[in-house]
Design a protein around this ligand. Structure first.
Ligand SMILES: NC(=O)NCCC[C@H](N)C(=O)O
Length: 407
């Protein structure tokens, strides 16, 4: 199978999604902030809403790969299981004494059980169900409901920890502790899953660098024409952008436009304030304003990167230039600033294009959806009241691996 994402808007052929699961039931009012959620979530409704998202994609001919299935198949490969256990089920989690017993269990556990553990985490009581009688200082000192392995509720946002950029993939270097382990699962999938193991593609980044080199997929947009737009944000630091840019340039990518964003929870990634909806056309949150950009291009030698700083008022022009266009169209919904801020908070600008001019958004952003429709964009909506509680919309909840070229 071929993997290639050469634009944000080409007809979507294959995408990785994660249907929310038991990891969501780990969220409580006390731990939600640490786990990067703004509220607890009603799992069954979130699953129904996610299924609607998947149904629209399927109706439009998109092939869906579910992350948990990919992980399950990957675990069937002995070397992958070993790698995942080395990375996730260490004595740091289970304690030194229980570790060998837990490890022996995990070496034999059905792949589907282990995949769920790697995503949803495991409590002491759940471990005891699998391993009655396992005893240790750690097991005696924690409560039944305490987690020995933490959950990964943000795997829902499949784009953030993995980005296909042109013909290669970046397993991203996550900023926050709550998301760092997501990359382990993706690394194993891309290395050992039969779909990817036999394919030849560059790994732009393997996600193993320290958080001071962080770069997250919500900040990465493959705008096309050999260019990539990357937000320097609450999550992505300039060091991370420079590192990725160097790899991309060595692989033939032509240009990176870095957008210097305001650092805030509401605008944690570039795709919370703007996404591409059609050829040369973006939806953009009014409150984002014009932002300074830095244009990066390959330098004269492989070690050099040519850097050009651009004033905020040139933002749209710089993006147009990267696309080889005279100008871009920026669709900003005319509405009062409170309304705009509310719709931005609810991922109004976070649309997923499934073809040029056809996007999926949350239904609740009625002003933005109406405006985009009036501008000729086909807007397909899904419910977002539960899914959005982690602050992410259709763009974040999807990791495209194959898009057809835009003519
Ligand atoms: N691209 C995105 O904006 N993703 C949303 C990430 C939400 C997640 N709860 C986080 O804080 O990382």
């Amino acid at each position: 199978m071929k993997f290639s994402v050469a634009s944000e808007i080409g007809e979507l052929a294959t995408v990785i999604l994660h249907r929310p699961g038991r990891e969501m039931n780990r969220l409580t009012p006390d731990n939600k902030d640490e786990l990067l959620f703004d509220d607890v979530l009603w799992l069954e409704r979130a699953q129904q809403d996610h299924d609607q998202f998947a149904a629209i994609l399927k109706q439009r001919g998109v092939n869906i790969l579910y992350l948990q299935d990919l992980l399950t198949d990957t675990i069937e490969v002995p070397a992958a299981r070993e790698y995942l256990l080395e990375g996730a089920l260490t004595p740091d989690h289970t304690g030194l004494t229980a570790a060998p017993t837990v490890r022996r269990w995990a070496e034999e556990a059905p792949a589907a059980v282990l995949a769920e553990v790697l995503i949803a985490g495991i409590t002491k009581a759940e471990l005891l169900e699998q391993l009655p009688g396992v005893s240790s200082m750690v097991m005696s000192s924690i409560d039944d409901e305490d987690l020995l392995l933490s959950p990964l509720p943000n795997h829902l946002f499949t784009r953030d920890s993995s980005s296909w950029i042109y013909d290669g993939v970046s397993v991203n270097t996550m900023r926050r502790t709550a998301r760092r382990r997501e990359t382990l699962n993706y690394r194993a999938i891309y290395r050992w899953h039969p779909l990817f193991a036999n394919a030849d593609f560059p790994l732009w980044n393997d996600g193993t660098l320290g958080r001071e080199m962080s770069i997250e997929g919500g900040d990465i947009q493959i705008i096309g024409n050999g260019a990539v737009m990357i937000g320097v944000s609450e999550r992505t630091c300039p060091q991370g952008v420079e590192h990725l840019a160097a790899k991309l340039f060595a692989g033939g990518i032509r240009e990176v436009v870095a957008v210097r964003m305001h650092k805030s929870r509401a605008q944690m990634h570039l795709d919370t304030i703007m996404t591409m909806v059609d050829r040369g056309t973006f939806t953009k949150y009014a409150g984002a304003g014009m932002l300074p950009t830095v244009t990066l291009r390959p330098g004269d030698s492989p070690d050099e990167i040519e850097v050009r700083e651009n004033a905020p008022e040139l933002m749209h022009q710089v993006i147009a230039e990267a696309l080889g266009l005279d100008e871009i169209v920026v669709l900003t919904t005319p509405q009062d600033s409170r309304s705009a801020a509310r719709e931005q908070w609810d991922d109004g600008a976070n649309s997923l294009a499934i073809a040029p001019g056809t996007i999926i958004t949350y239904e609740r952003n009625v002003n933005t959806n109406r405006y985009l429709t009036s501008k000729g964009i086909e807007v397909l909506t899904i419910p977002g009241s539960e899914l959005g509680r982690g602050r992410g919309g259709p763009h974040c909840m999807s990791c495209p691996v194959l898009r057809n070229p835009v003519d």
